[in-house]
Design a protein around this ligand. Structure first.
Ligand code: AMP
Length: 403
C-alpha cells in the first residue's frame, strides 16, 4: 500500500510517500518521494522542493494561494521529473500529523466529519498548527477525492497522564475550560519508547523510560506502562525546557510585570516567548546549537550563558521526570540536539553518576540507533534517531489493515 504522510507545521509543510507491503518491514524504509513547502522562504513567496531517487524539483510560488501550492506539491507525485506513481488513485491512505487532539483522542484515528470538527474546535488551543493541519486534510479531499485519511495526534501519547500531572494548580474552572497540560512531540516520544524497548529486548509495558526530544523544540516524557505519565510541555508547546527560540517555563509574574510596567500586548509577549527567547534570546546569535558552541570556542560569554542555562534546565526537568517515575530502566536522547550533541548528552547525564548512570566516554554514535552508556552503567542510555513520519505511516497501515 502507498501511504502519503502530510506533516504541516507553522511555517512549513513536509510530506513523504512510503510503500508498505503485507507486513510492516523490520527496518524503517526510505520514502519513495519527499517534498517540502517553506511558506516563509521570502515575503509572499513559498518555496517547493521535491526529491525522489530519480529527480528533483524546486519552484518558487505565490505564498498567498496556499491551496495552489499544495496542489503543485501533490501533482509532483504523478507528473514531471519527480513522478513516482502513475495515477493519484494509487495512494491508499493519507496520514496527517495533527498537533492538538485535546483530551478525547488517545490514539490515531480515521478522519470523519466529527474528527474534522474536533480538530477545528481545538484550533482555539493550537491557533497556528491545527488550522494548517485542517488545511492539509481539506486539500487532500479537494485534490484526491475520498481517499481514507488518518489523524495522528501529537498529544495522544500523553492523553492518559494522571490528573495530578496534567492539571495546573490554578482556579478549578480551568479544568472545565480545558486549560491543562496536554504535552506534545507525542509521536516522537512514542516511536523512541517502542524502539528502545525493541533494542533492549524487553516488553515496553514493564519499562520506566525517560525520552528527551531535544530539537529546535524540546520536551521530556516520563513513560510507564507504555504511555506518558508526565511531560515537560504543557497547555502549549511553550512550557518546560529552554528551546531554540522558546523560553520554556518562566515565572508568569514576569508577563504581568511586562504588561503593567512596559505596556506589552498579548501578541508582543507571544512573539517574545515563542520567537525571541531560548538559545537565540540569551545568546543573541542563533537558535542553532552548532552556532552557539562555535561562538563559545571564540570566547563569547552570552553564548556560554545560553548553553549553561539550557543544560541547567535540562538537568532540573530530568530530575522531575525521574521522581515522577520513581526509577529508570532506560534514558533516550533524540531530535537534532539529542542525536548529535555529545556535549549536551554528557552534561545532562553528569549529575546522574551518583545513581550509577554512566556514559561510555567515547559515545560513538553512527546513523544507527546506539547504546551510549558504559557497560557498568546502572541504566542504559541510548541515542535513537526519531522517525515521526514513519510512525504516522505505520499508524495508517495498522488502521487500514485492522479495519
Ligand atoms: P530538529 O528540530 O530536531 O530538526 O533539531 C534542529 C536543531 O538540532 C538545530 O537547531 C541544532 O540546534 C541542532 N543540531 C543539529 N545538528 C547538530 C549537531 N551536529 N550538533 C549540535 N546540534 C545540532
Amino acid at each position: 500500500m502507498k501511504i502519503l504522510v502530510m506533516n504541516a507545521g507553522s511555517s512549513s509543510q513536509k510530506s513523504c510517500l512510503y510503500e508498505i507491503g503485507n507486513a510492516l518491514p523490520a527496518k524503517v524504509p526510505e520514502p519513495l518521494w519527499e517534498a517540502k513547502i517553506d511558506w516563509t522562504h521570502q515575503p509572499n513567496v513559498a518555496e517547493l522542493k521535491v526529491t525522489t531517487g530519480k529527480g528533483e524539483l524546486k519552484a518558487e510560488l505565490p505564498a498567498d494561494d496556499r491551496p495552489q501550492v499544495i496542489q503543485q506539491l501533490l501533482q509532483s507525485l504523478w507528473t514531471g521529473e519527480t513522478q513516482v506513481i502513475a495515477d493519484p488513485q494509487e495512494i491508499t491512505v493519507v496520514g496527517h500529523r495533527v498537533v492538538h487532539g485535546g483530551q478525547d483522542y488517545h490514539s490515531s484515528i480515521r478522519i470523519t466529519p466529527d474528527v474534522k470538527a474536533a480538530i477545528d474546535r481545538l484550533s482555539a488551543l493550537a491557533p497556528v498548527h491545527n488550522p494548517a493541519n485542517l488545511e492539509g486534510i481539506e486539500a487532500i479531499e479537494q485534490f484526491l477525492g475520498d481517499v481514507p485519511q488518518v489523524a495522528v495526534f501529537d498529544t495522544a501519547f500523553h492523553a492518559q497522564m494522571p490528573d495530578a500531572a496534567a492539571i495546573y494548580p490554578g482556579e478549578y474552572d480551568w479544568v472545565e475550560k480545558g486549560i491543562r497540560r496536554y504535552g506534545f512531540h507525542g509521536t516522537s516520544h512514542r516511536y523512541c519508547a517502542d524502539r528502545v524497548a525493541e533494542l533492549m529486548g524487553r516488553n515496553l509495558n514493564e519499562l520506566r523510560l525517560i525520552t528527551c526530544h531535544l530539537g529546535n523544540g524540546c520536551s521530556l516524557a516520563a513513560i510507564q506502562n507504555g504511555h506518558s505519565i508526565d511531560t515537560t510541555m504543557g497547555f502549549t508547546p511553550l512550557d518546560g525546557l529552554m528551546m531554540g527560540t522558546r523560553s520554556g517555563s518562566v515565572d508568569p509574574s514576569i508577563l504581568i510585570y511586562l504588561m503593567r510596567q512596559e505596556g506589552y500586548t498579548a501578541d508582543q509577549l507571544d512573539q517574545v516567548l515563542n520567537k525571541k527567547s531560548g538559545l537565540l534570546g540569551i545568546s543573541g546569535i542563533s537558535n542553532d546549537l552548532r552556532s552557539i558552541t562555535e561562538a563559545i570556542e571564540f570566547g563569547n560569554t552570552r553564548a556560554k550563558l545560553a548553553l549553561d542555562i539550557y543544560i541547567h534546565r535540562l538537568r532540573r526537568e530530568l530530575g522531575g521526570m525521574l521522581m515522577s517515575l520513581g526509577g529508570l530502566d532506560g534514558l533516550v536522547f533524540t531530535g537534532g540536539v539529542g542525536e548529535n550533541s555529545a556535549r549536551v548528552r554528557s552534561a545532562a547525564c553528569e549529575p546522574l553518576s551518583w545513581l550509577g548512570i554512566k556514559l561510555d566516554p567515547h559515545q560513538f554514535v553512527s546513523r544507527e540507533d546506539t547504546l551510549i552508556s558504559a557497560p557498568d552503567s546502572a541504566t542504559s542510555v541510548w541515542v535513537i534517531h526519531t522517525q515521526e513520519d514513519w510512525t504516522i505511516a505505520r499508524d495508517c497501515w495498522e488502521i487500514l489493515v485492522n479495519s
